[in-house]
Design a protein around this ligand. Sequence first.
Ligand code: CUA
Length: 322
Amino acid sequence: MNLHSFSAAFLVADVVKVFNPQSPQARAIFDLAIVVIVVMVVIFAVVVGIVMYALLGFPRWREGERDPEQVEGNNTIEIVWTAIPLAIVTILFVLSARTMGISDPPPPPKPDIVVIGHQWWWEARYTNSGAIVANEIHIPVGKAVALRLDSVDVLHEFWVPELARKLTTVPGHPNHLWIQADKPATYLGFCTEFCGTQHAWMHFLLVAEPQEEFQKWEQAQLAPAPPPASENAQKGLALFEQMTCVNCHAIKGTIASATFGPDLTHFASRKQLGAGIVANTPENLRRWLHDPQQVKIGAKMPNFKFTDEQVTQLADYIETLK
Ligand code: CUA
C-alpha cells in the first residue's frame, strides 16, 4: 500500500468512527448529529420536491398565457415561512446547548492529564503521578478524565473520533476537554488542524484499560530507565549522552532531561514510532536513527549521520527502555 492510499484509508476510517461513539460525550454528539441530519434531509426533500413540482408541473410559459396568480403581500404565507425556519433553528439551538452541557461540563480546578501538541507529536503529563509520555495516552476505562490541552508551537487539534469532540490546542491559551471510554480498547487519535509538513502524521493512541492495569502502566512509566545491560547498550548510552541527543530528549535516570523532543524513558513500551508513521520495531528504530528525514520528512530531528556501529549501539540501548 503506498502512502496515498494509506492516508485515504485512514480518512475513510475517521469518518466511519464518528458513527461509532464509545463514550457518553461522543454519544451525545452522535445523537444530536442524527437529529440534525434528519431535519436537513426533510428540508432537502421538501425544497427539491417543490422545485421538481414547479419544473415538471409547469413546463413552460407560452406567449399569450396569463401570469400565474401573484401572492405578494400575503400575510399568511409570510408568517408561515418565517415561523417554520425560526422554530427549526430554535429547536436545534436548544438541542445543541443541551448536548454541550452533556459533552462539556465545566472543568475541575486541576486536570488529570496535560496534553501538549508539538510539531509533530503529542506529549502527555499526568498531573497526579508526574508520569510523562509521548504519543500513547493511557486512561482508566469508564471514568471521565479531565484533559488540559496546550501547544508549544502552533495550533494543533486533538481528536479521538470515537470518544470526544475535537478541540484546538492554542499556544498560551489552555483548553479543556473531558475524555471517557466505555470499553477497554485502543482508540486512534489525530491532529485535525493543519500544523505544518507532518500534520498528517501526528497520530496518537488512546489506550483505555481497567483501573488496575492503568495503575500498573502508570507506575511503570514513573520508573527510571534501567541501567544498560550489554556492552553495546552501555556504549549506546554513552553516545546518547555525548552527542546532542540530550539537548532534546529526556531519559529518566540519565543526565538527559530536555523536553523539546519526546521523553524516551519508556520508548520501547510504545507501539508506534514517529507519532504513528511506522510501527515501533527494532528495524524501524534503526532506519530512524540512520536518517529520521527518510522516515518522516520534515521531522525536527536532523540526520546525525551516525555510523552503522553507532546506530547499533544506540538502538541496542534504546530498545531496552521498556
Ligand atoms: Cu498538529 Cu496538525
